[in-house]
Design a protein around this ligand. Structure first.
Ligand SMILES: CC(C)(COP(=O)(O)OP(=O)(O)OC[C@H]1O[C@@H](n2cnc3c(N)ncnc32)[C@H](O)[C@@H]1OP(=O)(O)O)[C@@H](O)C(=O)NCCC(=O)NCCS
Length: 294
C-alpha cells in the first residue's frame, strides 16, 4: 500500500471516491455537499490549492482507495484543516486512514501546529482515529439552509443596519474575537475581503452587532459570523440583523440558498435560525489537536 501525490487520473478517481463517501453520514466528513460539480467547485475555492495537497492511497492493483487534502492559514491563525480522509470502504479505512492524515500533516509549513478534522457524528471510524491521535471532539455543529421560499417569515431589516466600513474594524474585532475565539478568519481578514458581505448594526449610537458572509464557489450563500455585543443581546435586535444579511446573501446566491453552521449547544442562535425557517441539512463533529479549553 502506498500514499502518494495524485496525477490528473488519480485526482478524478479521488473526487469520485470523495463524492460517494460524502453521501453517507457514516463516512461524510465535510460540508462539501454531495454533488460532484459542487464538491469540485468547493475544493477549487479552498485557499490552499487542493491539487497540490491531495494525497491518495493506492492499493496493489493501482486503484485509488483513499484520499485526503488540507487547507492551511500559515499567516494569521497558524492552523490547518484536514479534509478527509475518505476511503473506498472500511477495509481501506483501517489500512490507510491514519497514513493519509500523516501525509496531510507532513506538508504543513513550520509554525502550523493546530489542526482540525471533522466528520458526521455517525462516522465512528473518524472518532476512533481522532482518539488515537489524541485530538479532542468539539460539540456537534448543525448545518442549516434557507431558500428564497423561506423569506416570507422574515422581519424587515433593522433600520440601523449598514455595510461595514474600515473604521469599524476595532469594534468588529472586539465582538468577533469574543464570540468566535481562534476561528479561521480574523476581523481584519473579513473586512479586507471584498468578495464578502459584512454588515454592522448600529443601535443607540453604538455598534451593537455585525454579520459576515460570502458566496461560495458552488453559488451557495454562506453566513459564517453573526454576533451581538453581550449587553445588546436578549433585546430582540438579532432578527433585524439576520434578516438583512440573509437577504443580502440570498440576493447574491446563484443557487438561491444561504447556509450556516452553528454549535448545537448554542440555544439562542439555534432558536433564532429555526424561528427564521432555516432547515437542518447536516451535522458534523470537529476534532482538534490543541488542548480542550478548561
Ligand atoms: C446569536 C445571537 C446573535 C442571538 O441574539 P440574542 O439577542 O441573544 O437573541 P434573542 O434574545 O433575540 O433570542 C433569539 C431566540 O432565542 C431564544 N433564546 C434566547 N436565549 C435562549 C436560551 N438560553 N435558551 C433557549 N432559547 C433562548 C429567544 O427566546 C429567541 O427566540 P424567540 O424569537 O422564539 O423568542 C447572540 O446570542 C450572540 O451574539 N451570540 C454570540 C455569537 C453567536 O453565538 N452567534 C451565532 C453563531 S453562528
Amino acid at each position: 500500500m502506498t500514499t502518494t501525490t495524485a496525477d490528473a487520473g488519480r485526482r478524478d478517481a479521488a473526487l469520485e471516491l470523495i463524492v460517494a463517501a460524502q453521501r453517507s453520514p457514516a463516512t461524510a466528513c465535510a460540508y462539501l455537499g454531495t454533488e460532484a460539480e459542487g464538491v469540485r467547485a468547493e475544493l477549487d475555492d479552498l485557499d490552499t490549492p487542493w491539487r497540490e495537497t491531495l494525497r491518495v492511497s493506492v492499493d496493489d492493483t493501482g486503484r485509488v482507495v483513499g484520499a485526503v487534502l488540507l487547507d492551511v492559514d500559515p499567516e494569521e491563525t497558524m492552523r490547518s484543516w484536514i479534509h478527509g480522509p475518505w476511503t473506498r470502504d472500511e477495509q481501506a479505512w483501517s489500512e490507510h486512514a491514519a497514513a493519509l492524515v500523516r501525509a496531510a500533516l507532513e506538508q504543513l509549513p513550520p509554525g502550523v501546529e493546530q489542526h482540525e478534522l471533522s466528520a458526521a457524528p455517525a462516522h465512528t471510524g473518524m472518532a476512533r482515529l481522532a482518539a488515537e491521535l489524541g485530538w479532542h471532539a468539539t460539540g456537534v455543529s448543525i448545518a442549516y439552509q434557507a431558500t428564497s421560499a423561506t423569506t416570507r417569515r422574515w422581519p424587515a431589516d433593522a433600520p440601523g443596519v449598514r455595510v461595514a466600513a474600515p473604521a469599524d474594524l476595532p469594534a468588529i474585532a472586539a465582538l468577533h474575537d469574543a464570540a468566535f475565539p481562534g476561528t479561521y478568519a480574523t476581523a481584519r481578514q473579513l473586512l479586507a475581503d471584498e468578495a464578502r458581505s459584512t454588515l454592522v448594526l448600529e443601535h443607540d449610537g453604538e455598534l451593537s452587532g455585525y454579520a459576515s458572509g460570502e458566496i461560495q464557489a458552488d453559488g451557495a450563500g454562506y453566513l459564517d459570523f453573526l454576533a451581538l455585543a453581550p449587553d445588546h443581546r436578549g433585546r430582540g435586535l438579532a432578527p433585524g440583523l439576520l434578516a438583512a444579511i440573509s437577504r443580502e446573501l440570498l440576493g447574491r446566491s446563484g443557487q438561491g440558498t444561504v447556509n450556516l453552521v452553528v454549535d448545537e449547544a448554542n440555544a439562542p442562535a439555534v432558536a433564532l435560525y429555526e424561528g427564521f425557517g432555516y432547515v437542518r441539512d447536516a451535522e458534523l463533529v470537529g476534532y482538534r489537536s490543541w488542548p480542550q479549553p478548561a
